[in-house]
Design a protein around this ligand. Sequence first.
Ligand code: SAH
Length: 358
Amino acid sequence: MEQQRHLIDKLNYGGSLSREEWILLIEGRCEELAQYLFSLAREKCQEHYGRDIYIRGLIEFTNYCRNDCLYCGIRRSSRKIRRYRLTKEQILSCCRSGYELGFRTFVLQGGEDGAFNDEEMAALITSIRKSYPDCAITLSIGEKDRESYQAFFDAGADRYLLRHETANPGHYARLHPPGQTLKHRKQCLFNLKDIGYQVGTGFMVGSPYQTTADLAEDLLFIQNLNPQMVGIGPFIPHHDTPFASAPAGTLELTLFMLGLLRLMLPKLLLPATTALGTIHPRGRELGILAGANVVMPNLSPADVRKDYALYDNKLCTAAESAECRKDLERRMEAIQYRVVTDRGDSLNHSAQVTPAIN
Ligand code: SAH
């Protein structure tokens, strides 16, 4: 364990690890080492962000999807789910109630739904931007052309979440149908960054066929991309996908990866995700205690929430009422953190490309 402890110290002092060192560290983990990692990760996070927890209002506005990711419950081949898309008015109404509850970031997430074409999306973003000039608008709608990303940015979107899912092309190919490639996904991420978005990427922990070497690749890729946000959560099987009987990712490994990410990129915005809250009743609190500093409660209308079923038993981290918002506050206070009403921009400005001014 001495060797692993030394690697954690190296990370903590700003050093970077090689592929072999990442593997050694992840494979050699134990409870005591994890506690050591988490204490340093909390310290690092508090140096930059104090004990503030940022909240993002998640609006799952469509579950139609043209893609067929093998792990995902809303994939094109899922025939049994009820498909829905929210109207522009419904989405704006989610923003309105979210704003009243103190949300200053709206995350529009959905499947790759052709009905929301570039004009529709740009018009939607423009409306939200006009009504809420003080809020951040985050998009999470998958792979698009550079021109589309540019149009959304020009309409007022600030941030974009696009998990790379796995940085190993062979592994990527086992999780996706042939038409979907890691190369294209990565190109999208670099385009987004180049346009000037604050970018978030990420991966599932414990996805089918994932090896420790794959996780090492993920960390190396993330270090190279240097994003403002990284979303990770355990893989959880969905009963109507090819991975229905695959085992879920563990709480233990997900927390360890959160700690490593915090030390590797200290200024990251790192959510304790819904998937983490789904596999353990205190998953999100434990995520924060491992180095996370963001939570993303759901602002989608209650009647569609169960239809955005990426995986089984997905926690409906509701925030539609002041009561739920209070519950979140209490949970954070119980671990000596506080929910703040603030856009919560990344402190990692160096990672941003300065837009050209003419
Ligand atoms: N269409 C958008 C949003 C995808 S859903 C996009 O392509 O980015 C958001 C994330 O949920 C995905 O990136 C994936 O990492 C995660 N996800 C999907 N299925 C999952 C599952 N079965 N278990 C855990 N996470 C899952």
